[in-house]
Design a protein around this ligand. Structure first.
Ligand code: ADP
Ligand code: ASP
Ligand code: MG
Length: 404
């Protein structure tokens, strides 16, 4: 029998009603005679009982002095609650099921607590349970070190658990169930007429995910791509099939992909633009600036270096430190906080003239100043003030007719 991996995100598990939908998707696929491995996230979102952010708030109240190892022990509880509750629901509906922790499912990681990388998956325990006819429920987002310490994979890591398990088990497909109808042309919370993409390649989705489309984790897409396993992103709350991510397109699908210049828009908010001007007598300015950022572990993005100076972005949370560090070494940067990086993404834009002109047109028509821009052959980025972010996304979405 083939294996199907189903992953259910936080909102898909947060209420009794939501869990009834989950039960429906599991029952339906079981009737198709597939062996099922079900990966679960912690229930709900920030503020809701047992959500990852809620667990984190328990320690923030005390000044958050918990070491990373113990913090992972706490965070791991959220997924364990989901897995055991779902196990109980399946069993009370006469579906044989077993719940495994990440370690129990054989997910071995390195010991970078809070951002562990999967080293290996030992699938014996899963295969044994599948042979016994059980639905195997696995806690997402976690693994175990060789010495038995629980680790977590970084925020949004349940998607990675699902695709890594799918790859290790040579699954037929990996289905990511969430609260929206697939991967959309923009975040539907901001662009109301965003539309689900029906079939897309891995590279494009990986790019969208890296640029802030948080519906799926980029690492998860990379793993599915390497293993060449199709990925479906769909809603728990509907029967619609959502988005299929694959590179094996039939002729009709391939034609659609080629015709599309722009696939979607994505955003990352909460960034600060830092501008440093070259000064007389500081010929190594660029070297000093970026070495200082690296030395203080400040992640930099949107980098533009020219003989007149350097301009780049950091997360707002790192901005004060970045400015202080630069002041200390004698460069006095200009910092503009509260910016958003907007990405216009499309594998089909490569070599097509006029895309940047349309971007500038869309933003100018709305009176939105562009603070900085850059491009690659599949993406054009613009930096705008966060106050203009929603308007900019809506204008770009409309300019490229992404709702159609
Ligand atoms: P889950 O808990 O199921 O993993 P997430 O909150 O991590 O859910 O991801 C789903 C959310 O991602 C959606 O509610 C949506 O607001 C957001 N999102 C951002 N960009 C996109 C996009 N391009 N397509 C779909 N959803 C997106
Ligand atoms: N519960 C974890 C988080 O909120 C993992 C996940 O949802 O993918 O980051
Ligand atoms: Mg998620």
């Amino acid at each position: 029998m083939g294996i199907l991996v189903q992953k259910f995100g936080g909102t898909s598990l947060s209420t009794d009603e939501a869990r009834r939908y989950v039960l429906g998707h599991i029952s339906r696929e079981r009737q198709r005679q597939l062996d099922l491995v079900v990966v679960v996230s912690a229930m709900g979102r920030k503020g809701e009982p047992y959500a990852t952010d809620t667990l984190l708030s328990l320690i923030h109240e005390h000044g958050d002095n918990l070491p990373p190892r113990e913090r992972d022990m706490l965070l791991g509880c959220g997924e364990m609650i989901s897995a055991t509750v779902l196990c109980s629901i399946l069993r009370s509906n006469s579906i044989p099921a077993v719940a495994l922790t990440g370690g129990g499912a054989g997910i071995i990681t390195d010991s970078q607590f809070g951002r562990a990388r999967i080293l290996e998956i030992r699938t014996e325990a899963i295969h044994k349970a599948l042979q016994e006819g059980q639905v195997v429920i696995v806690t997402g987002f976690q693994g175990v070190t060789e010495t038995g310490e629980l680790t977590t994979l970084g925020r949004g890591g349940s998607d990675t658990s699902a695709t890594a398990l799918g790859a290790a088990l040579r699954a037929e497909r990996i289905d990511i169930y969430t609260d929206v109808n697939g991967i959309l042309t923009a975040d539907p919370r901001i662009v109301k007429d965003a539309r689900p993409l029906s079939v897309v390649g891995y590279a494009e989705i990986c790019n969208m995910a890296r640029q802030g489309a948080k519906v799926i984790h980029p690492r998860a897409v990379e793993i599915a791509q390497q293993a060449r396993i199709p990925l479906r992103v769909r809603s728990t709350f509907s029967e619609e099939e959502g988005t299929l991510v694959t590179d094996s397109l039939d002729a009709e699908q391939a034609a659609i992909v080629r015709d599309r210049y722009v696939t979607g828009v994505a955003h990352v908010s909460g960034v600060t633009q830092i501008t440093v001007h070259a000064q007389d007598g500081h010929s190594d300015m660029q070297l000093h600036v970026f070495q200082a950022m690296a030395h203080h572990h400040i992640s930099v993005d949107f980098i533009n270096v020219n003989p007149g100076g350097a301009v780049y972005t950091v997360f707002d949370a790192d901005a004060d430190q970045a400015v202080a560090v630069l002041n200390e070494i004698g460069y006095y940067p200009k910092a503009v906080s509260g910016c958003a990086k907007i990405s216009v993404i499309g594998g089909g834009m490569n070599g097509v003239p006029g895309i940047m002109a349309r971007i500038v047109e869309a933003l100018t028509e709305e009176g939105i100043p562009i603070l900085q821009s850059a491009d690659s052959n599949t993406t054009i980025w613009v930096l705008v003030r966060e106050a203009f972010m929603a308007k900019a996304l809506q204008a770009l979405h409309a300019k490229f007719s992404l709702h159609q």
